[in-house]
Write a protein that binds this ligand. Structure first.
Ligand SMILES: NC(=O)c1ccc[n+]([C@@H]2O[C@H](COP(=O)([O-])OP(=O)(O)OC[C@H]3O[C@@H](n4cnc5c(N)ncnc54)[C@H](OP(=O)(O)O)[C@@H]3O)[C@@H](O)[C@H]2O)c1
Length: 276
């Protein structure tokens, strides 16, 4: 077995790289034609049933409006029911023929099972699940006092991507899964970071501050529209804004450079520590 590993260590990487080099140009061309076809025959979501978690604010709220403009029926889930009702009212005005609101906490498995059953029973079907509700945290590791503070965040981030990639492999073509990796999107979440890190700074001031530090933010509307287009095209992944994909390439090909850039931006030149 050792011999086999030694043999594979020597030959497999060069063979793979050679095959990739030969295969990539025709593959990329076919992929381009395929994406062109999908954008022409984009999924029509009119009258379809869409369940959106975390629809009471931010990205989830604006995704609800985008679906509403395209005539979809909506089930909106979050903990703040008053906010959900306001989103539902606006979604109806924008063109959604039917909107229901469900107050639930997605961190409780029993509540998730219950609202999914309720929604499927009510509409008799479920076409899209927008698994958007989530929490995040931007601060230095040394700020945390105990691991339990970050455990739920770690489970809700990279673990989710791996989970849905595995699920997609399992489902094959039967169920489409679009994994979205947003950049910095204007939302309540970003505003909360500003309050943690910059005390009394307003949302507008905080975005200006981020932009002044060369990380352009994207509007929630723009992000929501990109999510809808990408989902209806049946894309596997969406990075929004798309220029942020450059970071993935640098990270994969030159991890040292990527790490140095991130360290410089967030630690050496930190807007987080300007509170002092
Ligand atoms: N904004 C960004 O720059 C950015 C970047 C990368 C990823 N993301 C991800 O995008 C998603 C949406 O974030 P956002 O920026 O739109 O933030 P947001 O404005 O804070 O919205 C978060 C939504 O999730 C809901 N939510 C949170 N915990 C919940 C729970 N336990 N049960 C039910 N609903 C819950 C909140 O509603 P209630 O409080 O009413 O329950 C709210 O509607 C999150 O998963 C976030 O991690 C955002």
């Amino acid at each position: 077995m050792d011999l086999l590993h030694k043999f594979l260590n020597i030959v497999l990487l060069p063979i793979t790289l050679t095959v990739l080099l030969l295969f990539m140009p025709p593959f990329l061309f076919l992929k381009f034609l395929w994406s062109l076809k999908r954008s022409i025959y984009r999924e029509n979501v009119a009258a379809k049933v869409i369940l959106i978690t975390g629809a009471s604010s931010g990205i989830g709220e604006y995704v609800a409006y985008e679906y509403a403009k395209r005539g979809a029926r909506l089930a909106l889930v979050a903990r703040r029911e008053d906010r959900l009702q306001a989103v539902a009212d606006r979604a109806r005005k924008l063109g959604s023929p039917e909107v229901v609101v469900v107050r639930a906490d997605v961190s409780k498995v029993e509540e998730c099972k219950q609202f999914v059953n309720e929604i499927v029973n009510y509409f008799g079907r479920l076409d899209h699940l927008v698994n958007n509700a989530g929490v995040s945290q931007i601060c230095l590791f040394e700020v945390f006092t105990q691991f339990s503070d970050i455990a739920s965040i770690m489970a809700s981030k990279a673990a989710l991507i791996s989970f849905f990639e595995t699920l997609r492999t399992e489902f094959g073509q039967d169920i489409g899964i679009t994994i979205v990796t947003p950049g910095i999107i204007e939302s309540e979440m970003i505003q909360r970071f500003s309050q943690q890190n910059k005390k009394e700074m307003t949302q507008g001031e905080f975005f200006s501050e981020v932009q002044a530090n060369w990380i352009p933010t994207e509007t929630t509307e723009g992000c929501a529209k990109a999510i809808l287009d990408s989902t209806c095209n049946g894309d596997m992944y969406l990075t929004e804004p798309s220029w942020m994909k450059a970071g993935f390439w640098v990270k994969t090909l030159c991890p040292e450079v990527f790490e140095w850039c991130v360290h410089s931006l967030f630690v050496i030149w930190p807007w987080t520590s300007k509170k002092d």
